[in-house]
Design a protein around this ligand. Sequence first.
Ligand SMILES: [Zn+2]
Length: 96
Amino acid sequence: MLKCSECQRDLPEKEALVNKTEDGGKRIICPECFQKLTGVDYKTFAYRKENAKQTLLAVLFCIGATIYAFVEKGIEWGIGGIVLTILVYLFSSKVK
Ligand SMILES: [Zn+2]
């Protein structure tokens, strides 16, 4: 069992969140205190983080495909790939 350093509540390990303090230290807090401290519900926070990760993966994939197209198919395809990458990035960052 862990203890929330804000409200001193016992909390199961899977609910425990690590919060960085302003002086760079780490402390264990519960989801309720996370929300109180950051103003963001932890689920929303986790969702945003996951979303950012997926955007990054999609963009990396497109960059890879762009390089491949550039090398294999020529400069026009490479430019098409760059345009596609930008579109994917814009689209992904809008879905939030
Ligand atoms: Zn707490």
